[in-house]
Design a protein around this ligand. Sequence first.
Ligand code: B12
Ligand code: SF4
Length: 486
Amino acid sequence: MKILLISPCQLADQRPNSMDIPQLTLSIIAALTPPEHEIEIVEEVYGDTVNFEGDYDVIGISIMTQTCIRGYQIANEFRKRGRTVVFGGIHATSMPDEAIRFGNSVVIGEAEGLWDIVLDDIKNNRLKSFYKLDKLPDLQNHVKPRRDLIKCSSGKFSIAPIETTRGCPYNCDFCSVSRFFGTRQRHKPIPGIMADIESCNEKNLFFLDDNITGDKRYARELFREMIPLKKIWVGQASVQVAGDPELMSLAYKSGCRALLIGFESMSDSGFNQYRKTLKTIDENVAAVKKLQDNGIMTMASLIFGLDSDTDEVFDVAHDFLTRSKAAFFQACVMTPYPGTPVFHRLRSEGRILTDDWTRFDASKVIIRPENMSSEDLLAGYNKIKWHFYANKSILKRAYPNVKIGFYEALLYLSLNKGYQKKNNPGIASRVYENLTDQPVDFNVAKYVKPVLNSHTNLWAERSCLNSPDSLHVFGATKKETVGSIL
Ligand code: B12
Ligand code: SF4
């Protein structure tokens, strides 16, 4: 069969600059595809165009919440032409009843162990609406991604995405990761990762893992093995890494130059709620400095609009960023992603202002916070980003970061200037709300109407309009059974 895999990109104004890191997802699905099939990949974010007239047998679309509407539009076009559409990805997993209205089938959760069955079922005309494994796949048998099918350069940088683990033990209530990938970290075997890295021509690597140092023993071994490869890499870790001098030193030697650290909350009660952060601002400042002393720059990731936040949170965050001289800053607005406890709480309290999924990108105010107005959240969010990426601030924060070396100085300056351009407050210039005559009922048909074709099953038509409760929770306590398909 001829298969087209698509990663859609929703908003026209996000296309050129929003994502500098290529996706690994579609190249993994391509690698899971039996060799008898022909595969093409389209990443809209890189300007690839979808050929709706192509003679494809199967269209696989990977959707995140903010890209799902575009994914549904693409699916409609293919279904008008009688093609078979299969959805997968974090949004399809969170909202399978929604996704099935636009596709012939939905893969809930990870594709390993399912994708070849889906293809076999399509070939034999017995495709089911939903496929889901009862247990998380074992990454010991992971496949080597089809890197020949993806682009690894964007703008000035050429960077290859690498995945070593899945799952996160922290289970933050606003995040879908531990609900999707489980609360226990699963690892890919290190020899396979080394072979994958060695096959990358790119000097620079990006580790997709939510917490590359989550399992310190595994991380130490991985970093030791990486030293002779002489790559440069960036990744994401929890702040606890700064408490382990040996791990920081090994990370640096293996090529680590910057880590995104999710500090998330800057308010006192938030510290308690999101335990992965250190207790006080002083401790967090000290952690960033320790990383700098070990040659590693920090991208501090903070979320604004948590229930524990008052408008004072912006001053606390500003103080933290100024004192720590963090190299980069990822400012997120609290976004209630479907399937998370925060979604249910805010929805039941009527605090989600829009059900337009395109606005769920963590950079737009779409909620009424508990302890400040939406307008104050927007103003504080815009201001703190603007201050951080002002020329004066870039200069003030430079020294401990650029002293690391020439390459690091270049990275510091180019990323800061890039983010300065991207973080123009104009981008998030208003609070996003539904029009007054449009209820926030999560009926996506307001934004894109499903097209029916001969494959559409009655169940999909009768199914409830949405079920944001449906994200399957894989917890450590869940009874693990042999994989079965719904
Ligand atoms: C790395 C990463 C990034 C990187 C790179 C993204 C990229 N190019 O891949 C960067 C930093 C650029 C980024 C940006 C953003 N990200 Co991000 N990112 C991640 C992260 C950490 C890993 C993604 C990944 O590659 N995972 C590994 C792959 C293999 O997993 P996967 O994509 O889920 O695919 C598997 C299954 O889902 C399934 N599958 C997926 N698609 C399909 C399709 C078919 C047909 C089938 C059968 C199966 C299938 O099979 C795959 C293999 O099992 C995730 C968290 C996470 N752990 O997933 C967040 C995550 C995906 N990001 C998130 C967000 C919000 C964003 C941003 C909006 C943040 C922002 N404000 O800028 C942007 C949006 C970018 C965009 N695409 O428009 C959220 C999405 C939430 C949601 N419900 O949509 C996540 C889940 C993080 C979170 N804490 O909630 N991100
Ligand atoms: S926000 Fe980060 S630490 Fe919290 S559950 Fe998500 S991935 Fe884990």
